[in-house]
Ligand binder design. Structure first.
Ligand SMILES: [Zn+2]
Length: 1012
C-alpha cells in the first residue's frame, strides 16, 4: 500500500524521536544524581522483556526504566497471575487477581507488605501495598512515630531544630492510587509491575528509591467498579463484533463523581484512602487517571488555585511536575506535559486529601483505550497542538496499546519517586512546615476557630457536619461553659463622595460580641488539620472577571450553608482560651422527656424525621398544619405528633437522631394530617446513573426505603398508583434531553446492550438494576403511565433536567423554562427565599435557605395554560407605554378628555400572574386557581443570590421559582430548579424532598387560592 501523506508524517517524526532517544543516554545529570540504568550484573527476564517490546507500539513509547524486566529467582513476575506481561493486549485483571499477585510478592519478598485498608459498599476489600527495604519495613512503627511528630508539630512544641533532627532520620511515604475511574483501566497492571520492579531491581536508581522511602500502592481504588469494568471487557472479548454496553454503574452509587467526594467523604473508597493517607502520615498522594495523551501531570493547573492550600505546596507541584516533564522528555518520550486546563480550585478530588492534610497532591492523566485493546488513535487538534506548556506534544495519529500506557505510567512514577527521594529532606521539612503553618494559623491569617453553637435547632444535621470533619481527622472540642467572643468590626460603608459626612464616616463601628452556650462545638484552628476544616467551613468567591472562564468543577461549597446549620467564623483569639474538652465521638442530643400517650417533636427540617417515620412502622404520626404551643414549648408548622408508640420504643428509635420527643397532654387544637410512610419508586435511566446515585446513598443512609426501577420498568407498569405513592425522578446528568429520556439509546441498528449477570459478567448488577437491553428509554407508554399516575393522585418529584423533561412533555401546566442568555452559576451555593410556609414541603424551614445550584432551569409561571411565563407588558417593559408627561403621568389623546387607565394587576416574578377580566372572559385556557403552580421557595433577589462560589448574570434567575408544587389531576408534580441532593454536601435541602414524600397525600395543606 502506498503510504498517504498523512501516514508519512508520523514515520518521519518517529525517526526524529528515535534520534532524540539515542541522545538520551548522553544527557547531563546534575551533580551526585544517579543515572536511570539497570544493574549490568543482574540478569534480565528475557522472555518477559521480549513481550514488553512486542506490545510497545513505538520505540519512543518507553524508557530505559521500563524497557526490560530484571529477573528474580524467588519473586514471581506479574505473568504468573496475568498469564502475560503487564499491559498485554486483552488482559485486564479483576481486583482479586491484582491482590493475589501483591500477596504473592509479599510472600516471596521481604521488601513487600500488604495491608487491608477497608471494604467497599459492596463488601470488596481495598488494599495498600508497602514496598521498601526490609529494614524500613521492619521499622514501620518507629518511622510512623517520627512522621507523626512532623505531621503534628505540637508534639515537638513547634521546635524547628527538633524537626530537622527527625527529618534527617525519617523515611517518607509516597502513596500511589490506581483506577478510581473504572473505564481508565491501565493502572492495576502498571502498578503490579511497578511493585515487582521496586522489590526486585538492583540498579542504583531503583535501589535508592527502595532504601530511601516507602512506596505505598492502592492498585484499585474503585474496586466495585473495576470488577464491573473487567466484566464488560470480557463480554467485549467474547462478542468481538458487537457493541459492548457502556459502564453505566461504577461503584454501587456513583461513577465519575467518586473523585469528587473528598469533601463530604460519603463513599467508602474516599474514607479508606483518607484513613490510609492520614494513618501512614504520608507526604504524597498520587492518583492515576487516563484521558489525555500521553502523560499530563494534571496536578497544577492554570488557576485559580484553591485558596486554602499552602503556597509551599503550589511550589512543590511545580517542582515535581516540571522535573517529571524534563526527565521523560530526556528519555525521548513525546507528549509529556504539566500545567493545562485544570484549575485546582475545588478540594473535592481524591488526591486533594493530601493537599488538605499538609501533603502533596498529584494526579496523572495518561492515555488509555478504555480496556486492553490495541487501537489506532487519532487525536483532536487541541491535543496535539503545541502550547507553551506542551513543547513536545503528542503525535496526531498513533497505534496505542495498554503497554504504552503502562510504560508512561511507570516511567512517570519512577522518575517522580526518584526525584522525591533525592529531595526527601526538603519535602519532609516542607511537610512539617505546612503542618506548623496550620497550627499557627490563628496568629497568622486566622481565623482562630469556627464555633457551632450548642443551641442550633438542627442538632442532627450539626452532628452530621461534625462527623464529616471527624472523618477528615479534624479535632473537635466542646466548651464546658458559656463564653463570649468579639466579632470582627464590620467594614464601614464606602465613603460618600461629597465628603460631608466625614465625621460620621470616620467614627469606627463599635465592636460587637456574641455569646455561645456551654456545650458549643469549637473547631480550633491551631491544629495540624485546620486547613481542611477552614476550606469546608469558609466561603468561596469566584469573580466573574476571573481570567479562568471555565471552572473545572464546583465553585462554592460552604458546608455550614449547605447543611443548614449555624457556623460562626471567629477571629478573636480569646476563643482558644475557653475551657473546652476534646470530643471523642459526635452524638446528637436526642431523647424523650417524660412519659405520655402523645409525643410532639418539633420540626426543623431535619432529614432524620423521615428516618423516624420509617422506623416506627406502627406509630400513628400526624403533622400540625399550624404552629402551636404546649407546656410552654413552641412547635413549628409540620411538627410531628406521635401516638401508639411506647416511650421505650420511641427512645430507642430516636437515639442519635438529634431531636427531642416531648409528651403533650392532648392533641393541639390546630389542624393536623397524617404523615404516612409513602411507598416510593426511585426511577433511573439507562443513560447515566451518576447524579441519581447521590440521591440513593442519601436515602439509604437515612433508612428511607424505595423500589429502584428504570424508565423501562415505568413503561411496563400501567397502574403505578397500585404500587407507589411517590415517584422520585432525580437528575439524569449526562445525556438528559427529553428525547433521550423517552427514546433511550439508538435501537434501530446495532445489537442489544445487556446489563445483567451472566457467566461472562458475574459482577455487573450487584444490588442495582438489570436489563436485557439498555437501549430502550421510558417510551411513550412510560410517559402515559407517568401521566396517569399523577392524574390519579400520585406525586412525581423531579429536579433540574428531569424537571425540564416533565415540563417538556406537559406533565405540569403553568410553568415554563426560559433559556439563559448570560446566566453562569457553576456549582455554587445560592440564596433561596421561602414563599409559602404553609406548604408541607416547607415544613421546618426558615425564611432564608442556602441551596446548591448549577445553572438550574429558569422557571416562569403563567396562569394561562400553554402560555410561556412572562409579564403582560412584555419581557422588557416594566413601565407605562410611551406618551406625554413623566413616567407616572397619565397620557392623553389630543381633542378628547383624559381617561383613567385601569390598574394593571401586579404580581411578583415568583407569583402566578394575576388575570384581567379581559383575559378571563370565556377563556378555557385559564388555569383554575386550585391547579396553578404553588411556589414553595424562590431564588433570592439578585443582590442576595450569591452565597458562595460564582454567580454571573444572576438577574436572569433571581426571584424565579426554585421549588414548585404543581397540582395536576388529583396528584402533584413537584419541580426543583436546584439539585437538593448532591455529593453528600447538601443535607440542608434534603428535607424538601423528604417532606414531599412524608406529606404526599396532603400536599395541598394550607394552600391559599387566588380569587380568580
Ligand atoms: Zn479519571
Amino acid at each position: 500500500m502506498i503510504p498517504t501523506a498523512e501516514a508519512r508524517v508520523p514515520i518521519l517524526r518517529g525517526f526524529l524521536l528515535l534520534l532524540m532517544l539515542s541522545l538520551a543516554g548522553t544527557a547531563a545529570l546534575a551533580d551526585g544524581e544517579t543515572a536511570p540504568a539497570r544493574d549490568p550484573k543482574q540478569p534480565v527476564d528475557d522472555a518477559y522483556t521480549a513481550k514488553i517490546h512486542k506490545y510497545t507500539t513505538q520505540p519512543f513509547f518507553t524508557s530505559p526504566l521500563v524497557d526490560y524486566l530484571p529477573a528474580s529467582k524467588s519473586v514471581p513476575t506479574p505473568e504468573v497471575v496475568l498469564g502475560d506481561v503487564a499491559g498485554a493486549p486483552a488482559v485486564l485483571p479483576y481486583a482479586e487477581d491484582v491482590y493475589k499477585y501483591m500477596r504473592l510478592l509479599e510472600k516471596n519478598s521481604p521488601r513487600v507488605k500488604v495491608f487491608s485498608i477497608g471494604r467497599t459498599e459492596e463488601g470488596r476489600e481495598m488494599i495498600a501495598v508497602a514496598i521498601s527495604s526490609p529494614e524500613n519495613l521492619k521499622n514501620l512503627e518507629a518511622n510512623r512515630a517520627r512522621l507523626a511528630k512532623l505531621a503534628d508539630p505540637r508534639t515537638i512544641r513547634l521546635d524547628d531544630e527538633e524537626a530537622d533532627r527527625i527529618v534527617a532520620q525519617a523515611v517518607p511515604v509516597y502513596y500511589i492510587t490506581g483506577t478510581i475511574h473504572s473505564p481508565e483501566t491501565g493502572a492495576p497492571t502498571a502498578l503490579m509491575e511497578l511493585a515487582y520492579r521496586l522489590a526486585v531491581d538492583e540498579g542504583p536508581y531503583l535501589r535508592e528509591i527502595r532504601d530511601g522511602m516507602i512506596t505505598l500502592i492502592t492498585p484499585v481504588v474503585e474496586v466495585d467498579g473495576r470488577d464491573r469494568m473487567v466484566d464488560i471487557y470480557r463480554w467485549h472479548l467474547a462478542h468481538p463484533k458487537d457493541f459492548y454496553p457502556p459502564l453505566i454503574y461504577w461503584g454501587k452509587y456513583v461513577a465519575h463523581d467518586n473523585n469528587r467526594d473528598a469533601m463530604g467523604v460519603t463513599l467508602k473508597l474516599t474514607e479508606n484512602v483518607l484513613n490510609t493517607y492520614v494513618g501512614w502520615k504520608a507526604q504524597v498522594l498520587h492518583d492515576l487517571h487516563e484521558s489525555v495523551p500521553y502523560l499530563y501531570d494534571n496536578t497544577a493547573g492554570d488557576g485559580p488555585f484553591n485558596a486554602w492550600v499552602d503556597p509551599i505546596l503550589t511550589d512543590e507541584w511545580e517542582m515535581i511536575g516540571w522535573r517529571n516533564v524534563s526527565d521523560m522528555t530526556k528519555f525521548g518520550m513525546p507528549g509529556v506535559f504539566t500545567h493545562g486546563v485544570f484549575d485546582t480550585w475545588s478540594p473535592g478530588y481524591l488526591m486533594f486529601i493530601a493537599a488538605m492534610h499538609n501533603g502533596i497532591s498529584r494526579l496523572y492523566e495518561t492515555f488509555g483505550n478504555g480496556g486492553a485493546d490495541t487501537l489506532e488513535r487519532t487525536l483532536d487538534p487541541q491535543d496535539y497542538a503545541r502550547t507553551w506548556y506542551k513543547q513536545n506534544p503528542p503525535l496526531p495519529k498513533v497505534l496505542w496499546s495498554q503497554r504504552d500506557n503502562n510504560n508512561y505510567e511507570q516511567t512517570g512514577l519512577l522518575t517522580s519517586l526518584h526525584y522525591f527521594n533525592e529531595n526527601k529532606r526538603l519535602f519532609l521539612k516542607n511537610f512539617y512546615l505546612k503542618a506548623k503553618r496550620s497550627v499557627t494559623k490563628p496568629g497568622a491569617e486566622g481565623p482562630a476557630a469556627y464555633v457551632l453553637p450548642a443551641d442550633d435547632p438542627r442538632a442532627g444535621s450539626q452532628a452530621e457536619l461534625l462527623r464529616v470533619l471527624e472523618k477528615q481527622a479534624v479535632e473537635i472540642s466542646r466548651a464546658t461553659a458559656a463564653f463570649t467572643v468579639t466579632l470582627p468590626v464590620k467594614k464601614s460603608a464606602k465613603p460618600k463622595k461629597d465628603g460631608k459626612d466625614s465625621k460620621e464616616k470616620d467614627a469606627p463601628a463599635a465592636p460587637t460580641t456574641r455569646d455561645f452556650p456551654a456545650g458549643s462545638y469549637i473547631v480550633r484552628m491551631d491544629q495540624p488539620y485546620s486547613r481542611i476544616a477552614d476550606a469546608l467551613l469558609d466561603y468561596q468567591y469566584w469573580s466573574p472577571d476571573d481570567p479562568q472562564k471555565t471552572p473545572y468543577d464546583d465553585t462554592g461549597w460552604t458546608f455550614g450553608e449547605l447543611f443548614g446549620v449555624l457556623v460562626t467564623r471567629v477571629t478573636d483569639p480569646k476563643v482558644l482560651n475557653v475551657t473546652m474538652e476534646r470530643v471523642k465521638e459526635i452524638h446528637a442530643p436526642a431523647g424523650v422527656s417524660g412519659e405520655g400517650t402523645i409525643y410532639a417533636i418539633n420540626n426543623n427540617a431535619e432529614p432524620s424525621l423521615a428516618t423516624l417515620r420509617y422506623k416506627l412502622h406502627d406509630a400513628s404520626i400526624e403533622a400540625a398544619e399550624e404552629p402551636f404551643e404546649s407546656g410552654g414549648k413552641k412547635f413549628s408548622r409540620g411538627s410531628f405528633l406521635l401516638r401508639n408508640v411506647s416511650r421505650a420504643e420511641l427512645k430507642d428509635a430516636i437515639s442519635d437522631l438529634g431531636f427531642e420527643a416531648i409528651p403533650v397532654s392532648a392533641m393541639p387544637s390546630v389542624k393536623t394530617h397524617a404523615v404516612r410512610a409513602a411507598r416510593v419508586a426511585f426511577v433511573h435511566t439507562w443513560l447515566s446513573t451518576q447524579a441519581e446515585g447521590w440521591w440513593r446513598i442519601a436515602l439509604d443512609n437515612l433508612g428511607v426505603p424505595y423500589d429502584y426501577i428504570s424508565t423501562q420498568t415505568v413503561g411496563k407498569i400501567s397502574d403505578l398508583n397500585a404500587k407507589y405513592d411517590v415517584i422520585l425522578f432525580p437528575p439524569v446528568g449526562f445525556f438528559s434531553s427529553p428525547t433521550a429520556i423517552i427514546n433511550g439509546l439508538p435501537s434501530t441498528w446495532g445489537n442489544p446492550l445487556p446489563w445483567k449477570n451472566t457467566p461472562e459478567t458475574p459482577n455487573l448488577v450487584g444490588k442495582n438494576d438489570s436489563t436485557d437491553d439498555m437501549r430502550p428509554g421510558l417510551g411513550w407508554e412510560g410517559v402515559r403511565n407517568l401521566e396517569s399516575f399523577v392524574a390519579k393522585g400520585g406525586v412525581l418529584l423531579t429536579a433540574t433536567d428531569t424537571s425540564r423533561f416533565a415540563l417538556s412533555i406537559g406533565l405540569a401546566d403553568g410553568v415554563s423554562v426560559g433559556n439563559a442568555q448570560k446566566l453562569k452559576i457553576v456549582g455554587s451555593v445560592v440564596g433561596a427565599r421561602l414563599v409559602d410556609s404553609r406548604s408541607p414541603i416547607a415544613y421546618g424551614y426558615d425564611e432564608k435557605l442556602s441551596v446548591y445550584c448549577d445553572n438550574g432551569p429558569i422557571f416562569s409561571l403563567s396562569s394561562i395554560s400553554g402560555a410561556r411565563g412572562g409579564r403582560r407588558l412584555g419581557g422588557e417593559m416594566h413601565t407605562r407605554p410611551t406618551g406625554r408627561g413623566t413616567m407616572d403621568d397619565p397620557d392623553f389623546a389630543i381633542g378628547r378628555p383624559g381617561v383613567e387607565v385601569p390598574e394593571e394587576p401586579k404580581a411578583e416574578i415568583w407569583e402566578n400572574p394575576l388575570l384581567t377580566d379581559e383575559q378571563l372572559h370565556n377563556n378555557f385556557r385559564v388555569i383554575p386557581p386550585a391547579n396553578r403552580a404553588r411556589v414553595i421557595f424562590r431564588y433570592a433577589d439578585n443582590k442576595e443570590l450569591l452565597v458562595s462560589g460564582l454567580v454571573e448574570g444572576g438577574e436572569e434567575i433571581a426571584q424565579h421559582p426554585a421549588v414548585v408544587d404543581v397540582p395536576t389531576g388529583s396528584g402533584h408534580v413537584v419541580l426543583f430548579s436546584i439539585n437538593p441532593v448532591y455529593r453528600g454536601e447538601t443535607r440542608g435541602t434534603y428535607s424538601l424532598v423528604l417532606n414531599a414524600i412524608l406529606n404526599f397525600d396532603s400536599l395541598n395543606a394550607g394552600r391559599q387560592l387566588a380569587e380568580k
